[in-house]
Design a protein around this ligand. Structure first.
Ligand SMILES: [Zn+2]
Length: 323
């Protein structure tokens, strides 16, 4: 079962801090939540205080970002240190079983709740939500649309995560470094500096000039720790390094929450009603919502010899035949 309300919340102006808190509480304390002991810790340690104080992180002693350590699939002690990662975590465990289509519904739901939450918290919305998932072997044998009604059972693993709240903001560098340390705590491979995205910007002549390179400066290309993958990759690091087939799908939060020009359609409001993968892909394409992996994430994947198929790329190039 997907969390309620699984349908769209409709108008953003109806959303308030108490509504968000009660929704999140229901999600985390629900017995259907496969991980409710840890989801409850995330609610009490991050989600609730964030909504109460209207910040995307919780200040700990000495003004440092407070994080909560929880098991996240293959990472036994993942450090969750911001509201949006916490939201992705509790949504990941909000359902015990789901078909692939329901997972895309859930990803869309996550995009919507990132938007409404940032409205209530008064901060910038993360730009991208991302899902990393077991790529079922059957998808290689069967036309993809026939997976529409395919339930994968309890063993089907997926992780939801978002990029860091966009723009400048207090605490975001600390959130970023806690993500990097979560990644490095399980990642056997070296992270290069500057990052591949920063290198690409530098070689295109953007940003650096003659001054020394500032590794975290986002204006000069994406630093490590920014993308949702910096949370989802450590959560499934054994699968990645063992070459287990995985898929990733990233969506633009803005494109998912805006009216598609020339229509009355807002993707997050329409997707809950779509039951055909072909229709969903068509909508994501028309909305311009598909976001391919960035060079940093490709570097992480390739360096670990991971077998991760990028579904945003796959869907972007696909026509009617999405198999
Ligand atoms: Zn990336």
């Amino acid at each position: 079962m997907l969390p309620k309300p699984s349908a769209s919340i409709g108008s953003i102006s109806k959303v308030s801090a108490p509504l968000i808190s009660s929704y999140l509480k229901e999600l985390c304390y629900n017995p259907n939540n496969a991980n409710y002991i840890h989801s409850r810790r995330i609610f009490e340690g991050i989600l609730y205080p964030c909504v109460k104080t209207k910040k995307h992180y919780v200040s700990g002693p000495g003004g440092k970002v407070h994080s909560v350590r929880v098991p996240f699939h293959e990472h036994k002690e993942m450090e969750i240190s911001d509201y949006f990662s916490a939201l992705g975590y509790v949504l990941t465990y909000s359902t015990r079983t789901a078909s692939f289509i329901q997972l895309i519904h859930l990803l869309s739901h996550y995009a919507e709740w990132c938007r409404v939450s940032s409205f209530v918290l008064g901060i910038n919305t993360p730009t991208v939500v991302q899902m990393l998932f077991d790529d079922p072997p059957s998808s290689k044998l069967t036309p993809f649309h026939t997976l529409a009604h395919h339930g994968y059972g309890n063993k089907f693993k997926f992780s939801l995560a978002s990029s860091i709240s966009a723009g400048k903001g207090e605490g975001r560098e600390d959130v970023r470094s806690s993500r990097i340390s979560a990644l490095q705590s399980v990642w056997p491979h070296h992270l290069i500096h500057p990052t591949p995205v920063q290198r690409a910007h530098a070689s295109a002549g953007i940003g650096y000039g003659r001054s020394s390179i500032e590794t975290s400066a986002e204006l000069f290309g994406t630093p490590w720790g920014h993308c949702g993958e910096s949370v989802s990759f450590p959560s499934m690091h054994q699968s990645i390094t063992s070459g287990h087939p995985l898929g990733t799908l990233a969506l633009s939060v803005k494109a998912m929450n805006c009216v598609i020009p020339g229509t009355n359609t807002i993707p997050v409001q329409t997707i809950p009603f779509l039951t055909s993968i072909t229709d969903i892909i068509e909508l994501l394409k028309v909305a311009g919502a598909l976001r391919p992996m960035c060079l940093n994430c490709l570097y992480l994947r390739n360096n670990a010899r991971g077998c991760i198929q990028d579904y945003a790329t796959k869907y972007s190039v696909s026509g009617d035949n999405v198999g």
